[in-house]
Write a protein that binds this ligand. Structure first.
Ligand SMILES: Cc1ncc(COP(=O)(O)O)c(C=O)c1O
Length: 420
């Protein structure tokens, strides 16, 4: 094991883990680092664990199989040129609502790809990535104490956004059938009630790779109408689909447009994570308040990113997307095969998103201990399943978006460092 200077990671973990260090901390912020259900289950708080493992990986110079950026493709020339040109051609503050041509291009894409009809002046806005859409949607819809249905496992930044709005997370377990992850409508039916204000769903689902079928979304939509709750659909990975599966937007289903907010992004589909640009579509009265929050917080999205986004929507992205998809699918298959060959691991083959979420309980460590062990003994970073919810415990999230050489190097280290 290398000689480590782990002072920063360990010091910060200690500081974050002890609420006494923050007597002045607002309750909502405190709720992000001290979630009772994790404490009671003996699992590390996801926010603290994520920060600690990230610090440790940086200190060790680890190979990362935990990230979420495509590592071997950049957007096409015409997209990057649009960003460069914007530096000279757009020298002023953009309007809060961004550029009209961008909003119109978004509306055309929503109609074409998502079957969502949206008025570009009233029902959609650009945003700083889908991340900002999650945050603003929670702030706009959730009152302190409101129940928010969140799948478990779910994208790790979702639950903190609910806590920051004072909401109460009601976890809805997804089902691991020993080979794959599945949506279980019964689990949702048992938890949905008149107290539910909002359901948050990532589709395709990070980290499980579930791509919800239309019939499953129809069942969810029926519950939303019966119990009168809102749906926030995080469709960040709408284009990251394998094996020929289709993606359906829940907002396109009958009676759903008026109770659904959908977040989209350029980050994952087009390798544009550094641009920080996405968009939201929802009912006009909701979008009015989204507009206010944009104004009060960041004023507007960056011009450079919006011009690149416009180029993406109006240019020919088809061949790039096809190349990216087949590249990701080949990397998925190689990663799944390598993991499946290891004793103590059963790996899913996700049809969406670019992560696998295998069962590693056979290795005998908790997911956090295992992720830490792999860092310390192999200098390879993966994400512990407990960072995505209690049901994620016993699994690891491993990315196949890095370049193939990085995946191979990471997996060589992973195998060499396995415990036992
Ligand atoms: C499911 C999901 N939603 C939203 C985001 C936020 O991404 P961005 O703000 O870059 O669009 C991510 C990023 O990893 C994600 O995985």
């Amino acid at each position: 094991m290398p000689q480590l200077n782990r002072s920063r990671s360990e010091t910060r973990r200690e500081r974050l883990s002890n609420p006494d260090n923050y007597p002045w901390l607002a309750e909502r912020m405190r709720a992000t680092v001290d979630v009772a259900r994790y404490r009671e289950a003996g699992l590390p708080n996801p926010v603290v664990a994520g920060r600690y493992l990230g610090d440790l990986a940086a200190e060790l110079g680890a190979v990362s199989l935990s990230g979420g950026t495509i590592g071997d493709m950049v957007p096409p020339d015409f997209v990057r040129d649009a960003a460069r040109d914007a530096v000279d051609s757009y020298p002023h503050y953009p309007g809060v609502g961004g550029y009209r041509d961008l909003r119109q291009a978004i509306a055309a894409k929503l109609e074409r790809d998502n079957e969502i009809l949206a008025n570009p002046e009233e029902e959609l806005l650009p945003a700083i990535g889908c991340q900002q859409v999650i945050d603003f949607t929670c702030r706009i819809l959730i009152d302190p104490g409101d129940e928010v249905l969140v799948f478990d496992p779910e994208y790790a930044s979702t639950e903190p956004a609910v806590h920051l709005s004072g909401g109460r997370v009601v976890p809805v377990p997804l089902h691991w059938n020993g080979r794959d992850w599945r949506f279980d409508i019964g689990a949702l039916e048992r938890r949905a009630s008149a107290r539910s204000k909002l359901l948050i769903i990532s589709n395709p689902s990070n980290p499980t790779g579930i791509v919800y079928r239309r019939s499953e979304l129809e069942a969810i939509a029926e519950l939303a109408r019966d119990h009168d709750f809102w749906v926030f659909a995080d469709e960040e990975y709408e284009k990251t689909l394998f094996d020929g599966v289709d993606h359906t937007s829940i907002a396109a289903l009958p009676g759903m447009k008026e109770r659904t907010v959908t977040g989209f992004s350029f980050s994952k589909p087009y390798a544009m994570t550094p641009y920080r640009i996405g968009y939201v579509v929802g009912p006009a009265p909701f979008i009015d308040h989204f507009h206010s929050l944009l104004r009060f917080s960041v004023q507007a999205c960056p011009a450079v990113a919006m011009r690149a986004a416009y180029a993406t929507l109006t240019g020919e992205m088809g061949p790039w997307l096809e190349a990216s998809t087949s590249n990701l699918q080949a990397k998925r298959d190689e990663l799944v095969e390598r993991l499946e060959a290891l004793p103590g691991i059963t790996c899913n083959r996700p049809q969406g998103v670019y992560f696998v979420f295998p069962d590693v309980r056979g290795l005998g460590l908790t997911s956090f201990e295992l992720a830490r062990h792999l860092l310390l003994h192999g200098q390879v970073a993966v994400a512990p399943g407990s960072s995505f919810g209690e049901v994620g415990e016993g699994h690891l999230r491993i990315s196949f978006c890095p370049a193939l050489e990085t995946i191979r190097e990471g997996m060589d280290r992973f195998e060499a460092a396995l415990p036992g």
